[in-house]
Design a protein around this ligand. Structure first.
Ligand code: BV8
Length: 247
């Protein structure tokens, strides 16, 4: 039998009490959703995501930023969860306790069947009033771009965390608690470049967890993790979990 995965890794997974998973854009790449590292295509090719995903960009050109998110919502609507999302959803049934934390705003983990997803950076399918800071899930389409809050008339914005904005405190606290408590921490499809999310795998390692990175490419934390599994998450995760928990 080809020993594909280190046997110590498989034993660690089988004995895990609490597994935490942090995902980034790479877990949705096989669903056809461009990552932040991918060059933007077509209409958006002349912009860098870091430039558009800011309140400054929205203040400067709310229509442009709203249309970028509308385009991304359309890409997500046409995408489907991939085997990587499905494997993570299945993992919840294989371990005593799973905490799933995502940096993604596409909602694909939920569509794959994961529940209690901790969304550190919000969700592209939710919109909120810029003045009241409250979610708005329905509005009259009278041609305004961005649309306006039906209660107060201010612009709506995507309910995501832009660069320079604070993360939702409850989500971040929950993620940090899991990083301290877990005995296995997966870091899947993230360049580990954006803080404070990028601190989580290091927190887990310092707390004594086995940290497993799954990424097509090496990242800045590849040298700091216990196992760095190179490849596509949609390929590696199903095979790893099948090896650890043979049916
Ligand atoms: C904050 C929502 C307080 C919006 C996003 C400390 C040090 C340095 C900088 C900072 C710091 N603290 C704060 C900052 C500033 C900033 C930051 O981290 N900047 C970076 C660029 C240096 N952080 C913030 O502003 C955060 N706010 O901390 O507030 C504060 C504020 C100011 C100053 C100090 C403190 C807010 C960050 C949240 C921003 N919002 N998203 C939207 O989506 O439009 S971030 C966005 O980019 C994503 O959510 C994601 O988090 C990030 C991209 O990262 P990844 O998900 O990793 O994706 P990426 O494309 O980078 O990588 C994909 C990976 O997958 C690659 O490695 C690739 O190889 C791999 N891959 C590809 N295909 C596959 C694959 N792997 C496996 N399988 C495959 N098939």
């Amino acid at each position: 039998m080809i020993r594909e995965f280190d046997s110590a890794l498989l034993v660690t997974l089988r004995n895990a009490r609490h597994v935490a998973v942090l995902t980034g854009a790479g877990v949705s790449a096989e669903s056809g959703i461009p990552t932040f590292r991918d060059a933007q295509t077509g209409l958006w090719s002349r912009f860098r995501p870091e430039e558009l995903a800011t309140s400054e960009a929205f203040d400067r050109d709310p229509k442009l930023v709203w249309e970028w998110y509308a385009w991304r919502r359309d890409v997500v609507a046409r995408a489907a969860p991939n085997p990587g999302h499905a494997a993570i959803a299945r993992l919840a049934r294989l371990v005593p306790r799973l905490t799933l934390v995502t940096q993604n705003v596409d909602g694909l983990h939920q569509r794959a069947g994961s529940s209690d997803v901790i969304e550190l950076h919000g969700n592209i399918h939710r919109s909120r009033c810029v003045r009241e800071n409250r979610l708005v899930d329905d509005w009259q389409d009278v041609g305004d771009v961005p649309p306006r809050c039906p209660r107060c008339g201010a612009y709506l914005r995507p309910d995501v965390v832009w660069f320079g904005e604070m993360l939702p405190a409850p989500a971040l606290e929950q993620a940090e608690r899991a990083a301290h408590d877990c005995d296995v921490f997966f870091c899947v499809g993230t360049s580990a470049a954006v803080y404070p999310a990028a601190q989580l795998p290091l927190t887990a390692r310092d707390a004594g967890a086995t940290v497993i990175e799954v990424n097509k490419d090496p990242t800045r934390i590849s040298g700091a993790v216990t196992y760095s599994l190179r490849g596509a998450s949609g390929d590696i995760l199903p095979r790893l979990f099948a090896a650890a928990w043979p049916t």
